[in-house]
Design a protein around this ligand. Structure first.
Ligand code: SF4
Ligand code: SF4
Length: 427
């Protein structure tokens, strides 16, 4: 009875805490401006199934894709085992489904065990790549400190989780021949000859340990890049389905210019609440930009594909996403501290992302193409540029020349319109 009560308290407590933290993240994402969702729902669903569920874009790099697939499939399928843990926890039973499902139960648990071993191999390989091989994309400046530890924490957590599964199944396999494909072999090797009470204790440590790790993992997600395992799905659903390179127009600019040409034009933005041209801070970005930031897996594929980063420029699209997430978190904490109202802290996203980074981008879209969860770092860069140009008049000299040429000559070049066709007479 005490065990059932403890389970219910732990389980409900874990999920309530998770729900509260996720509510804060939703609030933070919704600090962004509205986002026009283009494209039919069917197309969006297809994108989500292919990119998030099917891991389509991961396979541009087969080795990490296969390793990641081990972890991903194991994560999804082991939820079946979690269902039984919940039923057992609430009812005080042990392996509730085993008697009713018989051989099929043995098959399912065996399948989970195989996936768990593959996930174990994948986890060790990922730890090896990060910590021993020191893969270049995990050594960038933005990956120092917490982001590096965060990745390792989760990998060690997964190893612990898998060990608990095998403690639980292994001890049971010694007590009664379960027939589970892996634990019925390693169980006797590790725990063979132990007393019934010792086996019972090992099984209980595995069971409770597994449960506690699941709840700890769940509550760690809102503070980690691993939130992508949940947000990857909505984020790909709301992907920008327009052709890459198609820029949005600013309604706030259209509202200023259009009435000069069309007196019947009805403004789309609220004149009493003028919108900033471009983005200075996270509240000026769209909620999709902010959802992107929370979804970023910090894999660095965007940065390693970025030509400007490769040629040594101070630009990493991954850092753009991490900075955006850091700032929106900071704004969220400010709101919490000030009873639901944001009090100007004199800071902005531009304190984290420098002008050098913003202007280094050549808008090639390689980062957007590479991202396995359809994140668009370029959209944020463009909004920051818009702010710098339109509100701060802080554009590089090369652009200032181009702007005045467009204004005076109707073209980016320094020729009068009347001279445009002179090339015809050149020999
Ligand atoms: S769009 Fe900009 S940030 Fe993205 S890959 Fe190209 S240069 Fe790098
Ligand atoms: S933006 Fe995409 S590609 Fe870049 S680090 Fe984040 S998840 Fe990876």
């Amino acid at each position: 009875m005490i065990a059932v009560l403890l389970f219910i308290i732990l389980f409900l407590g874990g999920f309530i805490l998770f729900g509260l933290n996720m509510r804060k993240i939703r609030r933070n994402v919704m600090l962004g401006r509205s986002y026009k969702v283009d494209g039919p729902a069917g197309e969006r669903l297809k994108t989500m199934i292919l990119v998030a569920f099917g891991q389509q874009k991961m396979f541009s790099r087969p080795i990490p894709a296969i390793l990641h697939l081990f972890l991903y499939v194991a994560f999804v399928i082991t939820q079946i085992e979690l269902i039984e843990i919940i039923v057992d926890g609430v009812s005080g039973s042990h392996r509730f489904f085993s008697s009713s499902l018989g051989g099929f139960y043995t098959f399912v648990i065996s399948f989970i065990e195989i996936l768990s071993v593959l996930a174990f191999i994948g986890t060790i390989a990922f730890l090896f790549r990060r910590n021993i091989v020191k893969l270049a994309r995990f050594q960038s400046p933005e990956m120092k400190g917490w982001p590096f530890k965060d990745a390792n924490f989760i990998l060690f957590g997964e190893i612990t989780l898998i060990c608990f599964i095998f403690m639980m199944n292994g001890a049971d396999s010694v007590k009664s021949d379960t027939g589970f494909i892996i634990s019925s072999n390693i169980g006797p090797a590790l725990f063979g000859g132990m007393s019934d009470s010792a086996l019972h204790s090992i099984e209980r440590i595995g069971w409770w340990g597994h449960l506690v790790m699941v709840l700890a993992f769940l509550n760690y997600l809102p503070f980690s890049k691993h939130l992508h395992i949940l947000l990857g799905f909505p984020n790909t659903y709301y992907s920008n389905l327009n052709k890459k390179g198609k820029f949005t127009t600013l309604e706030s600019v259209t509202d200023v210019v259009a009435p000069n040409f069309d007196p019947s034009y009805v403004p789309k933005t609220d004149p009493n609440n003028p919108i900033r041209f471009g983005a200075k801070d996270v509240q000026d970005l769209t909620w999709k930009n902010l959802l992107d930031a929370y979804t970023c897996t910090e894999c660095g594929r965007c940065t390693s594909a970025c030509p400007q980063n490769q040629t040594g420029k101070k630009l990493s699209p991954r850092k753009i996403m991490m900075d955006t997430r850091d700032r929106v978190e900071e704004v969220g904490k400010n709101i919490d501290k000030n009873k639901g109202v944001f009090v100007d802290d004199g800071k902005s996203l531009l304190d984290l992302i420098s002008k050098e980074e913003i202007w280094a981008c050549n808008t090639c879209n390689a980062c957007v193409q590479e991202c396995p969860v359809n994140i668009d770092p370029l959209a944020i860069i463009i909004e920051l540029r818009r702010y710098l140009v339109m509100e701060e008049s802080q554009s590089p000299n090369e652009l200032n020349t181009m702007f005045s040429n467009v204004e005076n000559n109707g073209a980016p070049w320094q020729f009068a319109q009347s001279d445009r066709a002179n090339w015809i007479n050149e020999n």
